[in-house]
Design a protein around this ligand. Structure first.
Ligand SMILES: [Zn+2]
Ligand SMILES: [Zn+2]
Length: 520
């Protein structure tokens, strides 16, 4: 009886506690009345694939959304995300930017996702281990395989039917499928041209495959066809996108683009391994440097493709070497551009400090000559050399010329220019027609933007994706603040800098020494 009473009191107390907030918190607006969306939780560890050690301070975030979290010293992260299907990405200094695609997150549920990061620049010894860990050369049974015969190179399908490990067949966008294949077939740190060659070989193989007719699928996700997984890397995604729609063709038809890990100095004729003599699978010399075979030996040697890329060969040259007589459908070598050879930039200078860059090749790059049009109206120009140990600031002193140590003005570097009165600076120079490499040191760099094309931040900085954390610029006439900021770690709405603009100077903060490639 007594126990029953205690129970009743407990229920009553519970009811009061639950009920009370309804009276205590009067709704103030409509938003307060709306039911809150319950998030799901993504959690796990970020580790080094080679050593298994924790990677602290890795930035884990949803792809295409800058908000995220850093791993703690145990490599652990926990990220609250709305329900839905997401791609979870991670960036860390010295490692390849990596992501896991197609993650379903349910309200109130926790999902454990562990990342094993791959070094961006492994030593030859590390590469040897990583290659064997990461790469699963396809079995590819040659003449025994059912194929879609006579696939015109002019009609590359946009989707593919994939037999998943659970037996379901999923129709997938072809390039999305390839983004899951390329990093399972070649290390993502391979040269970009080797990655592009691999993407085209995998695409050509995929669209000629009808390997699982019983299930109604073109390919499965294992070595039987091409290994497919949900792990993506920024570099392999880039290779797939850069070659979208391209296949290797022979006589107008997409080839059966066989490939394998490495050969012993020369590849094999298809009929020496299987039965059918394919005209484009001829034995060729190879620079892979091994003296034993790993894989069937027909078609492209992946180690050889990586070596050719390192030696400066382009993806079309690599494919044309390993597949005799083929050409690349869907690709046209860029025509030589013939824009006006001279550009003129006009800078409206505010009294005080101005930040700018000169995106052109100056006929006389001497600072005194460049600033001659505003002589008497400026007193100081400064540049910042992040690679100097001391005295990183370089000065052009218009009043005391012998105190100057800036000699040449260079399109790669940003300039702080102090005007003693409002004035206009006009500068002309030769248009830059090729990509410019801007070296960046760990920390802060004051750079120019040696381009005549305005681009969104992410696109302008795609060559250093995963390595920059902050970009900011100073527009002396800007309202309400002259500073415009793009912070990779800040919520998207907080970023006031959205594009890189010719003529502006920028501060870029990077996490490691790197080279920023700026397209003209
Ligand atoms: Zn298969
Ligand atoms: Zn080889």
């Amino acid at each position: 009886m007594k126990r029953l009473l205690v129970g009743a009191v407990a229920v009553l107390v519970g009811f009061i506690v639950l009920a009370f907030p309804c009276y205590a918190r009067a709704p103030r607006d409509d938003a307060a009345l709306a039911a809150p969306v319950q998030n799901g939780l993504l959690t796990g560890y970020v580790r080094d694939l080679l050593t298994g050690q924790a990677v602290p301070n890795a930035f884990v975030h949803l792809r295409d959304r800058p908000d995220g979290v850093y791993t703690d010293r145990n490599g652990y992260y926990q990220l609250s995300v709305p329900p839905g299907e997401w791609e979870l990405a991670v960036i860390a200094p010295d490692y390849l930017a990596m992501s896991k695609a197609r993650l379903s997150v349910l309200a109130g549920k926790t999902r454990q996702i562990t990342f094993d990061l791959v070094l961006a620049n492994p030593s030859p010894e590390q590469d040897e281990i990583l290659f064997h860990t990461l790469v699963s050369p396809p079995e590819q049974n040659g003449a025994d395989e059912p194929v879609v015969s006579g696939v015109s190179a002019a009609s590359v399908p946009s989707s593919i039917r994939v037999l998943m490990p659970d037996g379901q067949v999923v129709e997938m966008d072809l390039d999305e499928y390839l983004k899951g294949v390329v990093p399972s077939e070649i290390p993502a740190y391979a040269g970009m041209e080797a990655l592009k060659a691999q993407a085209i070989a995998a695409r050509s193989y995929a669209v000629t495959s009808w390997n699982h007719p019983a299930e109604g699928a073109n390919v499965c996700t294992t070595q039987h066809c091409q290994v497919w997984g949900e792990t993506h890397y920024a570099r392999t995604d880039e290779a797939v996108e850069a070659t979208s729609g391209m296949v290797a063709e022979y006589g107008g038809q997409t080839i059966r683009a066989y490939y394998f890990a490495h050969c012993d100095g020369h590849t094999r004729n298809s009929e020496d391994v299987w039965v059918q003599a394919l005209p484009y699978c001829r034995s060729v010399e190879c620079v892979c440097g091994f003296d034993f075979m790993w894989g069937h030996g027909v078609g492209m040697c992946q180690r050889g493709a990586m070596e050719m890329a390192d030696r400066g060969f382009t993806f079309d040259e690599i494919l044309e070497h390993y597949y005799t007589g083929v050409s690349i459908y869907g690709w046209e070598p860029a025509p030589t551009p013939t824009p006006s050879p001279v550009i003129t930039m006009t800078y409206v200078l505010t009294e005080g400090w101005n930040m700018l860059s000169l995106p052109m090749l100056l006929s006389d790059a001497n600072a005194e000559a460049v600033f001659a049009p505003v002589a008497g109206k400026i007193d100081l120009a400064m540049q910042y050399d992040a690679f100097e140990s001391y005295a990183r600031w370089k000065v052009f002193n218009a009043v005391l010329p012998d105190q100057s140590n800036i000699e040449q003005i260079d399109a790669r570097y940003g300039i702080w220019l102090r005007a003693t009165e409002a004035c206009t600076l006009t500068v002309s120079g030769e248009r830059i027609l090729t990509a410019t490499d801007v070296p960046l040191n760990t920390g802060t760099n004051l750079v120019g933007y040696p381009s005549t094309t305005t681009r969104p931040i992410a696109e302008a900085l795609s060559s250093i994706e995963g390595k920059y954390v902050r970009v900011y610029t100073y527009n002396a006439a800007g309202v309400p603040s002259p500073w415009l900021l793009f912070d990779f770690t800040a919520p998207a709405l907080a970023n006031t800098l959205t594009a890189m603009v010719p003529g502006s100077g920028y501060w870029i903060d990077v996490t490691q020494p790197c080279v920023w490639r700026v397209e003209p």
